[in-house]
Each structure stands twice: as structure tokens, then as C-alpha cells.
Design a protein around this ligand. Structure first.
Ligand code: C2E
Ligand code: CA
Ligand code: CA
Length: 654
């Protein structure tokens, strides 16, 4: 008798101590998060159940008829059932909150969830009011030897059925939404199910030893260690959830197919302010921003992300408030933040994304932070679905470029260049094409800027250069009357280490002199004022590559530089031709350009000639060479060979 009591008391104290520890550890959590709140309820019931368990044991051993404590015995039983009945539904809620089913849902719905539990609780209370020998659930009596007795009633199974109902519900939710859980959560929950189930099973076969509560406490300790820890998901400065939590919560909610809105706030001036104010002062500003955000949205939905950005999640019932929230943010962020003697007035970008319309997967969250931020005219910029669509498209193109390089989806097309004086195709411009299996045809105007920004232009540029050389060599295009080829070079390729040497090496490998390969460069205002870049352009000339100035007449053309410089050929942009067609001013501009270029002995190529009239017009100005749809669009290599053979009347000698 005593040993059994000792074992049970030991188990109960152990269970109690563990539960107390878990309870205390979770009090500091952000309890407005359902996950943490339900965990606290679970701890509470694990705390009370072993206490009442010990009391019951003591009464069974030491209780005697006539000591007047029978009501206390009954009372601890009632308490035990009150708290134990909360366990299964709380755990069910816990699972639902972990897998994103619950977050932000209307409170009214939860009430329905609690109904079976409440019925059981009421039955538990009502049980006391039945006569002692006819209590339906359980009863406490005095046995023949004067000892206390505990007896189950006929309807006790109701407790088990309701508990099983909740456990099954949680299991169902667990399995249905398993995609929303990461491996760690899945492993933790499975261990929890197994440990509590083991407790119940052992209890069933070994009725005298009270294992159940002990197993329950050990299980919640497991949850505490594995899932309830906030370390790593809290920002130290503001105490808000951090980027990791933001990512996880979004992944969970998206996998649970929730519809909601994400608002992110970021400042393009973050690094500048950080440097200007120092970390300590900037922390102060961040605290002010964080405090403001938590006045308009509950803190469990506000995240403090890296690089001074913030995220807000707006779920179900507040969806209609999104416009209002954004409006409030816009108004506040336009104003400065004052901290001590410091006043910071950074610019901000607010991005509003609807899930799943704008973003359907957590892997796309980076779109929210991508793209150009801020503008100098406005303090606060708001980006919505439309700008996100651009960013997404851009990101898809990045994918297509990577695929293209890997799977050889890039093609080089050639557009013939006609020489007027000899009525002959003398050259061609190599133009890149990307045919992606997913996105279809993508024009260079779309993918070149993306490749320039993400750096793939260097690899791409090499590929075009080599592919063009290979084409020239394999088809011996010199024999067809092609005197040189034009290859585009982006200024973003210039920083590459020893670019001239590498290009030269490729040309030599295909037996081509560098003079056969004209490199086309579009100078931007930036590039033309950057001596370093100009030197690098000059280095190409030094090793023997002739240069063409592309797009002459668009936006920026620095004439002084041009005169001094290094270009052999000037490619005159289509826009100048179009304005020449439109009126006398455009005509005299273009004709004087031709006069100047011819006077300076530059070679010229007119771009974008589509009609006979256009051709005749510029020939009258003194144009030398023409490239345009009038002769041919850019075409694949084999078609180009055919075209040139026909045009230059070359007999194919087998
Ligand atoms: P770009 O260098 O100015 O190339 C000429 C563009 O004008 C080509 O567009 C060509 O198809 C188009 N074009 C030619 N004749 C006519 C015409 O008669 N009418 C009209 N409306 N257009 C004509 P594409 O192939 O779409 O290339 C666009 C731009 O993409 C190129 O402009 C160039 O800046 C860039 N690009 C293309 N391939 C490469 C490449 O391999 N490397 C680099 N860095 N840029 C490239
Ligand atoms: Ca070009
Ligand atoms: Ca051009």
C-alpha cells in the first residue's frame, strides 16, 4: 500500500513540478498569440491534475469513515475532472494555431469549438447533485471497512468520448494541414501524441499506478523545449517578432490556404540613417516606429524584419481595415520621428500584398522587398498589386535567364547590314533571343536590364561573343561577303577582369582577327563621366577590337568625347529617322548629323529603316549603311546565311 502511494505521490509531484516549470516559463510569452495562450491553459490543467491526484491518493490511504473529509475527497475529484476536461480541447486548439488554421479567425467561431467541453464540465458539476449511490459519472463513498472508495459511474465514458473527439479533431487538422508545419513541428506534435497516448494505454493496463498525469507533463515539457521557445524569433531591440517568425508565420498561413494581406514598410534610407545616427540612436528611432505600429495593429501581427523593415499581417476580420491602416501609416510615416535631440525623417516604401492573389508562396516573400524603393519627390510611396506584378515578372525573368544559361535556351539572331555604295550585305548585328519553355519568347529589352542588374550579363555576354565567333567560323561567312560582325556589349560587362584579354582569346580560338568583331556600346551619362569605365572601353580598342557607338541620338550622346574618341562606327538611332520623317526640323537635324559624321570620317549605320521612303530619305543625307526591317528582321543563323547568299548572289559550291 505504502509503496504504491509513494510511487504515485512521486509521479504526481514530478508531474506538478514539471507543469509548474512549463507554466512559469510561458507566462512571459506574448499571450495574445493563440498558440501561447492555449499552451498556458494546457500547463494549467497539467498543474492542477496531479495535485488533485495526490489528494485523492492520500484520502484513499488515510481517509477514515467519520473524519468528515469525504467532501474534500469528492471536491478534489470534481476539480480533477474540471481541469482534465480542458486538456484535450486546449491541445486541439494548440495544433490548430500551430498549423495556421486559427490565426486571426473570429472569436465567435472558437465558442462553438468549446461547446462539447462545456457540456462535459456542466455534467461534471451536475454529477454532485445526484444521490451518492446513483451518480452517473463517478462517486466517492465509504467502504465496509470504513475506508474511502472511489467508484466510476455508468456514464463515465462520456468524458472519454468527448476527449477522443477533440483528439481526433486535432489529428484531422494536423494531417490535413501538415504542409503548413515544418519538420520540427511535425516531429514535436507526433511525439506529443505518442507520449500522451502511451500514458493513457499504460494507465489502462496498470490501473493502480497514476502514470497519466506524469506522461502529460513530460509531453508539455517537450512542447516547451521544442516549440514554445521564442528565442531566435524575437527582435532584441523592439521585442517584436523577427524575420524568421515572419517567414514561418507566412509559410504556415499560406500552406493553410488563408486569405490575408501583408503590409511591409521599408526605408530606402535605412543604411544612410544607420550610419548617420549610429546604432544606439537608430535603435531609439526603431523603437518609436515599432511602438507606433503596435498602436494600430496588435503586436502579435507586427514583425520587425532585417534592414530596418517591418511587416504587418492583416487577417480575416480586419481585411476591410487594410485601406485605413495603409492611410494611417502613410500619414504617420510622412512625419519625422523624434528621439532625444535627434529627428529622423527617412523616406518609406509601403508595400501591400494580398495573399494569394499577389503572393501565393512563402518563397515569393522577397518580392515585397525587391525593386526600386522610394523616390526623391515623395516621402512615402505605396506599392500595390500592380508594382508587385512587375517585380514578380522580373523575378520570373531572372529564373528564365538562369534556366536559359543552363539549358541553352538562348539563341543568337543576326540582322543584315546593307552597304549602299556596293549594294551588298557587308555585316550583321548579333542579337540575343531567349525562348523559355515556361514564359515563351522574352525580348532582350526585357531580359538584358535584368541580367545587367543581377550580374548574369557577364556570363551571357561571353556566351553571345563566343556563339557569334563560332557561327562566323563554322559558316566561313567571310566568303559570303561579310566583312565584320557587330556584337553588343553592355557597360555592365566592363568591370569584368581582363575582359579584352578574354574576348581576344575567344576570337583567336575561332581563328578570327579582333578587327572582324565590332563591339557596340551604348554610353550612358554615368559611363561617359566615369574615367575608370572609359579606360576600360579604351582597353578593348588597344587589343584591336573596333568600337561602334550604339543608339546615337537617344538621350545621352557626349559629342566632345565622341570627337576625341575611339569609335570607328556610329549607329544612328531609329528615333532620329522618325523625327526626320515628321518635319523640317527633324530633317535638318539628321542631315547635319550625317554631314558631321561623314566630315569626321566616321562610318555610319542607320538603324530601324523599315520603308523604301525612309531608305531614300537617309541616302539623300549621305547615309552609308543601313540596318532595318526593310532588308530583314533579325533571323536565325541558317536563315541569315541563305539571305546573304541570295542577296550577294553567291553560288553555293558543293
Ligand atoms: P539595339 O542594340 O539597338 O538593337 C537594335 C534593335 O532594333 C533590335 O531589337 C532590332 O530587332 C531592332 N530593329 C532592327 N531593325 C528595326 C526596324 O526596322 N524597326 C524597328 N522598330 N526595330 C528594328 P532587339 O533585338 O529587340 O534588341 C533590343 C536591344 O537589346 C538591343 O538594342 C540591345 O540594346 C539589346 N541587346 C540585344 N542583344 C544583346 C546582346 O547580345 N548583348 C547586349 N548587351 N545587349 C543586347
Ligand atoms: Ca546594338
Ligand atoms: Ca541600337
Amino acid at each position: 500500500m505504502f509503496t504504491q502511494l509513494n510511487i504515485n505521490a512521486g509521479l504526481a509531484f514530478g508531474a506538478f513540478a514539471i507543469a509548474l516549470f512549463c507554466f512559469a516559463a510561458s507566462l512571459k510569452r506574448n499571450l495574445s498569440r493563440i498558440q501561447h495562450a492555449t499552451y498556458l491553459i494546457i500547463c494549467l490543467s497539467c498543474l492542477v491534475c496531479p495535485l488533485t491526484g495526490i489528494a485523492e491518493e492520500l484520502f484513499l490511504v488515510f481517509g477514515k469513515d467519520g473524519d468528515g473529509l469525504l467532501w474534500l475527497f469528492m471536491g478534489s475529484e470534481v476539480l480533477f475532472f474540471v481541469f482534465h476536461s480542458f486538456l484535450a480541447p486546449s491541445f486541439g486548439l494548440y495544433v490548430l494555431s500551430l498549423n495556421g488554421t486559427l490565426v486571426g479567425r473570429r472569436k465567435r467561431l472558437w465558442l462553438i469549438y468549446w461547446i462539447p467541453c462545456m457540456i462535459v464540465e456542466l455534467a461534471n458539476i451536475a454529477n454532485i447533485f445526484f444521490p451518492r449511490d446513483a451518480r452517473p459519472l463517478y462517486t466517492v463513498t465509504v467502504g465496509e471497512a470504513g475506508n474511502y472508495l472511489y467508484q466510476r459511474g455508468d456514464y463515465m465514458f462520456i468524458f472519454y468520448i468527448v476527449a477522443a473527439l477533440y483528439v481526433l479533431l486535432s489529428l484531422f487538422a494536423f494531417i490535413r494541414n501538415i504542409r503548413a508545419l515544418n519538420a520540427r513541428k511535425i516531429a514535436s506534435l507526433i511525439s506529443f501524441y505518442v507520449a500522451t497516448l502511451a500514458g493513457v494505454v499504460i494507465q489502462f493496463f496498470w490501473k493502480d499506478i497514476k502514470f497519466e498525469a506524469f506522461f502529460e507533463s513530460v509531453s508539455i515539457l517537450g512542447l516547451l523545449v521544442l516549440l514554445e521557445s521564442d528565442t531566435g524569433i524575437i527582435n532584441n531591440n523592439t521585442g517584436l517578432y523577427n524575420e524568421m517568425a515572419f517567414y514561418n508565420d507566412n509559410a504556415t498561413a499560406m500552406a493553410a490556404k488563408r486569405k490575408y494581406t501583408i503590409i511591409t514598410i521599408q526605408s530606402p534610407d535605412y543604411f544612410q540613417y544607420l550610419e548617420m545616427l549610429g546604432q544606439t540612436n537608430y535603435n531609439g528611432i526603431e523603437l518609436l516606429v515599432a511602438r507606433y505600429l503596435t498602436t494600430i495593429v496588435k503586436s502579435q501581427y507586427v514583425y520587425h524584419l532585417s534592414n530596418g523593415a517591418y511587416g504587418i499581417m492583416v487577417y480575416d476580420e480586419r481585411q476591410n481595415d487594410v485601406d485605413m491602416i495603409v492611410q494611417m501609416l502613410e500619414n504617420r510615416l510622412a512625419e519625422p520621428f523624434g528621439y532625444g535631440a535627434i529627428e529622423a525623417s527617412p523616406r518609406w516604401t509601403i508595400t501591400v500584398a494580398k495573399v494569394p492573389n499577389d503572393i501565393e508562396d512563402a518563397s515569393q516573400l522577397h518580392y515585397l522587398f525587391a525593386g526600386k524603393n522610394g523616390s526623391f519627390e515623395k516621402k512615402v510611396i505605396i506599392r500595390d498589386s500592380l508594382s508587385l506584378r512587375f517585380i514578380k515578372r522580373r523575378s520570373k525573368i531572372e529564373g528564365a535567364i538562369a534556366r536559359g544559361l543552363r539549358d541553352h535556351n538562348f539563341k543568337v539572331y543576326y540582322q543584315p547590314i546593307w552597304d549602299a555604295s556596293r549594294n551588298k550585305i557587308v555585316s550583321a548585328e548579333a542579337l540575343l533571343r531567349l525562348i523559355d519553355p515556361e514564359l515563351g519568347f522574352i525580348g532582350p529589352d526585357e531580359f538584358i536590364p535584368v541580367a545587367e542588374e543581377n550580374g548574369t550579363i557577364i556570363e551571357l555576354g561571353h556566351w553571345v561573343f563566343e556563339e557569334t565567333c563560332r557561327f562566323a567560323k563554322n559558316n566561313e561567312i567571310k566568303n559570303l561577303g561579310i566583312e565584320w560582325l557587330e556584337i553588343n556589349l553592355s557597360v555592365y560587362q566592363l568591370p569584368e577582369k581582363d575582359l579584352p584579354g578574354r574576348f581576344l582569346e575567344i576570337a583567336h580560338r575561332y581563328g578570327l582577327p579582333p578587327s572582324f568583331l565590332n563591339i557596340e556600346i551604348t554610353e550612358t551619362a554615368d559611363a561617359s563621366n566615369d574615367n575608370e569605365l572609359l579606360d576600360r572601353i579604351q582597353n578593348l580598342v588597344k587589343v584591336g577590337f573596333p568600337l561602334s557607338l550604339d543608339d546615337y541620338g537617344t538621350g545621352y550622346s557626349n559629342f566632345t568625347r565622341l570627337i576625341k574618341s575611339r569609335y570607328r562606327t556610329i549607329k544612328i538611332d531609329r528615333s532620329l529617322l522618325l523625327s526626320a520623317e515628321q518635319g523640317p526640323i527633324g530633317k535638318s537635324v539628321l542631315s547635319s548629323i550625317y554631314k558631321t559624321m561623314n566630315g569626321l570620317s566616321f562610318r555610319t549605320i542607320q538603324e530601324g529603316v523599315e520603308t523604301e521612303a525612309q531608305k531614300n530619305l537617309i541616302l539623300s543625307f549621305g547615309a552609308q549603311m543601313i540596318q532595318g526591317y526593310f532588308f530583314s528582321k533579325p533571323i536565325p543563323g541558317d536563315e541569315f546565311i541563305e539571305y546573304v547568299m541570295k542577296f550577294n548572289k553567291i553560288k553555293f559550291i558543293a
